[in-house]
Design a protein around this ligand. Structure first.
Ligand code: OAD
Length: 260
């Protein structure tokens, strides 16, 4: 069942929405890949959309180890600002519907988001992989120290930046920057989930950042179905079994609700 046209909820697309629902309802294992779009309706800016973070900033100025080495205060200021934005946001109906579904045990969620909203929606830890890390964790630039840190960041001087409580070296956000490898344990777990899933549900990602985007092809190559939820066409649309043109809050709770 391959539907390559942009779909909407209206008219002839409704049966296809039902087909997507049915694929999910009958799946033994579901892997979910989420991107910034799932948090857009919570008020968290995306990266590449109009008004997105990479429209107002250059990714390579702010999301690379080189940028941090060059100007840690600037980086911490930016991450502190993002923490502030996200702290004022709450999980939306899509995060909550996924958390409930994951709680039942046959769904795992791999997210590219660092906003912590899947965890805030009470997604069970066993079902969640934060592929790109978290805005609310920090780690030492020198030793292995890591910690949860939700405090506001004071980037007014080098002396006020977050420090390792073990060795005193500068701490950095525990996120994956461009040019850095993902945690191999996280990646292996997500790849395994993708390879054994009957359905890969892809929500709110432009699908252009690897290796996260390749989870979709892994499920597809292993014979599983791909269901995409995104208001616009993306590179994933071409391989999607069903591509739903809608927002996460509109589509995800309805896709996951039981029929009848
Ligand atoms: P992008 O900003 O690239 O893509 C966001 C996607 O969400 C777009 O395809 C939008 O059409 C879609 N979208 C917008 N509003 C939506 C809504 N209400 N419901 C559903 N979808 C919506 O963000 P990502 O794909 O997450 O990496 O970006 C991937 C990675 O690139 C990020 O994790 C980050 C970034 O650079 C790092 O920082 C390493």
């Amino acid at each position: 069942m391959i539907f390559r046209r942009p779909l909407t909820f209206q008219g002839w697309a409704v049966p296809l929405f039902q087909a997507a629902k049915s694929l999910i309802a009958h799946a033994e294992r579901i892997v979910v890949l989420t991107g910034a779009g799932i948090s857009a309706e919570s008020g968290v800016p995306t990266f590449r959309d109009e008004g997105g973070l990479w429209r107002s900033y250059r990714a390579e100025d702010l999301a690379t180890p080189e940028a941090f080495a060059r100007d840690p205060r600037m980086l911490w200021e930016w991450y502190g600002w993002r923490r502030g934005v996200v702290s004022r946001c709450a999980p939306n109906a899509a995060h909550i519907a996924l958390a409930r579904a994951a709680d039942k045990g046959n769904m795992s969620i791999a997210t590219q988001n660092v906003d912590g909203l899947h965890a805030a929606a009470s997604t069970p830890e066993r079902a969640l992989v934060e592929l790109h890390g978290s805005l609310f964790r920090i780690r030492c630039t020198t030793c292995e120290w890591r910690a949860v840190d939700r405090s506001s960041v004071d980037a007014s001087s080098d002396d006020t930046l977050p420090r390792c409580t073990t060795c005193g070296a500068l701490a950095r956000p525990d996120v994956v920057w461009f040019g850095e490898a993902l945690d191999p344990t996280h990646l292996e777990r997500a790849f395994l989930e993708a390879a054994t899933a009957d359905v890969c549900l892809v929500i709110g990602t432009s699908g252009v950042v690897q290796p996260a985007a390749s989870l979709v092809s892994i499920t597809q190559l292993a014979g599983g179905a791909v269901i995409e939820v995104n208001p616009v066409e993306t590179p994933i649309t071409a391989i999607a079994t069903v591509s739903i043109r809608g927002t996460a809050v509109d589509a995800v709770p309805r896709l996951l609700e039981k029929a009848g």
